[in-house]
Write a protein that binds this ligand. Sequence first.
Ligand code: GAP
Length: 514
Amino acid sequence: MAQQDENILKKVVSHAKEYGFVFPSSEIYDGLGAVYDYGQNGVELKNNIKEYWWRFMTQLHSNIVGIDAAIFMHPTTWKASGHVDAFNDPMIDNRDSKKRYRADVLVEDAIARIEDKIEKEVEKAAKRFGESFNREMFLTTNPRVLEYQSKISETNVRLQHAMNANDMAAMKQLVLDLEITDPVSGTRNWTDVRQFNLMFSTDMGSIAEDANKIYLRPETAQGIFVNFLNVQKTGRMKIPFGIAQIGKAFRNEIVARQFIFRMREFEQMEMQFFVKPGEELKWYEYWKEKRMRWHHALGFGPENYRFHDHLNLAHYANAACDIQFNFPMGFKELEGIHSRTDFDLKSHEKYSGKKIQYFDPEDNQSYIPYVIETSIGLDRMFLATLSNAYREEKLEDGSERVVLSIPPALAPQKVAILPLVKKDGLPEKAEKIMDDLKYDFRCFYEDKDAIGKRYRRMDAIGTPFCVTVDHQTLTDDTVTLRYRDTMKQDRLKIAELRSSLKEACSLTSLLKRL
Ligand code: GAP
């Protein structure tokens, strides 16, 4: 991570705390690793992101319905899903720094460094050859680049083998062969690699027997799979159809750094789309395009997203990719899109002994549907929104401001109602406006401090509009409307406020842009 970007992440973290977006959990006891609380502004932003996702997925797709399944599930669920046996991460410690890492992540980082080297070679050659430079030809003929590429391919094959065969000795050898050093101690004094199951467990009932061991769900998806028949039958759903869910998930992450990017308690927004076997790859492409469109509509810049295809496919998947976002730490996974075949439903059928199939009236046959999954971390989406919105600006008068340019439809507060002074009947007039608008928009009222100071506070929490009530308001029922991003002001009639704000701030307007 570049020094400057690391600084941006630090600034976002401290801004999030200072302005009531995100606090470390139980901070008075020095916090709890990788667990966070959302404050008064954070919860509004989070709810707005949820609503944007929920309405897009369920309201704009008549063949998708939602559910809200329990966090606790029958323990056999996790045997059937494969999580009890295989939801592991390979962990490794450095004996000198005493730091713990995921061995596969160390290897992937090493691959990324080789990829960077290739890019540097490309940049150098592009400069040298100028207009006549042919990137494709260079990548397929330059001896040094070919050597790097062959190293990447060999490493990928070895990584895939070690993960699939659960061969932790091979994983350690890979770390050693790649000469990976601990970024903290700078040494290669590594322990053996051990598998670590990421599920949290607890006991249900009053008698602590093994049979009562249950898990906190590590993904919301299984709540959808076990309810497939319930929803299909009661909703008379016809394939293709989807089931969406938003809810908490829990993972005992080995390395939990980077703020809310990797948490031990987090929230997922997942949708399982059930299709006819053989049609899954068509629907996989469909959902890749749809989900990317959902992201792009927010205006964070298309250059900040990219697809990353999975080379090491899980045994049950026949296609998978991530939508990566350009976080302050670089491009990282924001959302996963997976073609999961019929693995989950088939496995639940086997473990439960219940037939989980769909009768297709068109084909007059029953089958276990295939599944395309879209899965996005709400907290990661929150971080993407916050880090993209954070700006430090130098103004014409030499002063500085920090502004969160959050898309208005997601902003925690839509409009601040500010009487210019706290006298002459201006607060009363402002309160009247607030009373009128508060049913449609989250409004914020403030009459303390100079108006400039109040504008700055609203900029810092990303409020897209400030309505200022001044003496002229009392005579002609007009106010000034100040725009957060440009700081420009318009004078308009109080009666026109609602329609202007609605057009700019409503989720409906945002959804219509999709
Ligand atoms: N049901 C599929 C599934 O859970 P995943 O790739 O493990 O797939 C999906 O997780 C999404 O959940 C990720 O793309 C990420 O946004 C989010 N996520 C996963 N682990 C997380 C964590 N520890 N903290 C925050 N978000 C996480």
